[in-house]
Design a protein around this ligand. Structure first.
Ligand SMILES: C[S@@+](CC[C@H](N)C(=O)[O-])C[C@H]1O[C@@H](n2cnc3c(N)ncnc32)[C@H](O)[C@@H]1O
Ligand SMILES: [Zn+2]
Length: 432
């Protein structure tokens, strides 16, 4: 018997668990997976019992991170909104680890049916034990099943038998985008795809040929690389969806520095868009710090207003990627209302969910272009002090610009104000 004090989002009490004495038998497939590349990414968490939002579960030797709880919260809120609006909710948790997401989708979002899949069949006992808290049911009433296929196979199987899903959650490593096509094929129209990238090197512009291969985007270093990471991921999905005659809209985008982890929730719609104004290029001038967007039909006209010549050597260009809003304001507002209804606010752990969702709503203003300005960087480039975020925000609004905070970084602003005006407004603000 073992007494643990779990690190938890919602409870700090100790509880007692019985540590399993039975050794895990080696599965026939485990050798095969051990040699494959995903195995080398795995971080094992040894602790045996955890609590997340009042649900108790074990992690054994599966990959598990407490820090991903916020991403799980966002998935559960979205799944619940889906169930409330459509009346049914069938989910594939394609890389379920210990099964905590599946458990939360069943217990909190009241999912009708969840496929908890993980390629590693050594995770089976842990997943099954965790899900056993939810009555399994039989026949048409069956609520969950545990499978051990590669995620692509799990999705292709659904597609082949015409059993389309309401939501697919792919909690993958790195910048693996090989799931996109199979995911679109396995989803219902109007369904939700919850995607992941953990490739901070690519979003930081340090592996442009890697991002090109994964998402079709040549990414170069820019001061707002973590927002680029979200836009690169959405852009990859936009491209793949178009190929199949669909289009996608981001409902929310979430960056977390633990990992880092980039997560986006997309809704899939029928029909490709013939002219997508939201898919193009982002520029950043290393000289003056100004950023802009460039559409496909403007590619020959790139330059920065600070330079006399059209072709400025100070200009860095990345793309194509998603240029539109990172989130859907009305959707995130519904998520916020649900979080309040459930009391998932003001918890004092990590970034508060209420604050996160409120900033996401601010960020959704369609007038806001990609990127953000870090106040310290702006101040050091302009050789001045930095005004407070709050004062700068009201000054920008007074001048008629759109402005918001960024959920990605605290001391930065998103705005449609050109950099030369931004610096002038900051100077005026310091003098007033
Ligand atoms: C990031 S962990 C999942 C964590 C879990 N979703 C959670 O929230 O705690 C990724 C999991 O995917 C599994 N995996 C890796 N590659 C896979 C693949 N191609 N298909 C299915 N599962 C895979 C790994 O065994 C690992 O358990
Ligand atoms: Zn410039």
């Amino acid at each position: 018997m073992l007494t643990l004090t779990p690190k938890t989002l919602s409870s700090s009490s100790s509880f007692t668990v019985h540590k399993s004495q039975s050794p895990r038998p080696k599965s026939p497939n485990s050798g095969k997976f051990q040699s494959s590349k995903w195995r080398s990414h795995t971080i094992f968490v040894k602790s045996e019992a955890q609590i997340e939002r009042d649900l108790q579960f074990e992690t054994g030797e599966t990959f598990f991170r407490h820090e991903s709880a916020r991403g799980r919260d966002l998935g559960v809120l979205s799944a619940t909104l889906y169930k409330r609006s459509k009346g049914s909710l069938r989910i594939l948790d394609a890389m379920c680890g210990c099964g905590i997401r599946s458990l939360r989708y069943l217990a909190e979002a009241n999912a009708d049916f969840v496929i908890a899949n993980d390629a590693n069949d050594a995770n089976r006992r842990i997943i099954t034990d965790n899900l056993s808290q939810i009555e399994r049911g039989t026949g048409d009433e069956r609520r969950w099943v545990v499978t051990h296929m590669l995620a692509n196979k799990a999705m292709i199987e659904r597609y082949l038998i015409g059993d389309f899903l309401d939501m697919i959650d792919i909690d993958s490593f790195g910048s693996d985008s090989a799931f996109l096509r199979d995911a679109f094929n396995a989803l219902k129209l109007g369904g939700l795809l919850y995607l992941t990238s953990t490739d901070g090197y690519s979003s930081g512009g340090h592996r442009p040929y890697n991002s090109l291969a994964a998402y079709g985007a040549f990414i170069r270093p820019m001061p707002f690389g973590n927002e680029i990471g979200l836009r690169m991921l959405i852009g990859g999905a936009v491209r793949e969806a178009a190929l199949l005659g669909y289009h996608v809209t981001p409902l929310f985008s979430y960056y977390s520095y633990h990992g880092p982890v980039f997560r986006v929730l997309l809704r899939v719609h029928r029909g490709k868009l013939h002219e997508d104004r939201n898919y193009g290029f982002v520029t950043h001038c290393r000289l003056c710090g100004h950023s802009d967007t460039v559409r496909w039909d403007e590619l020959g006209l790139m330059g920065c207003p600070c330079s006399d010549t059209k072709a400025s050597s100070s200009l860095v260009v990345s793309g194509p990627m998603w240029l539109g809003p990172l989130h859907d304001a009305s959707y995130v507002t519904e998520m916020l209302e649900l979080a309040r209804e459930w009391g998932w606010v003001s918890e004092g752990t990590g970034i508060d969910l209420e604050k996160l969702l409120s900033i996401m709503i601010e960020e959704s203003d369609p007038r806001l272009p990609p990127g953000y300005t870090k106040m310290d960087e702006m101040a050091s480039r302009a050789k001045m002090n930095s005004p407070s975020l709050k004062n700068m925000m009201s000054a920008l609004v007074k001048e008629g610009y759109a402005v918001s905070r960024s959920h990605i970084i605290p001391n930065a602003l998103k705005t449609d104000c050109p950099m030369s005006h931004f610096v002038r407004i900051a100077e005026d603000e310091l003098q007033s």
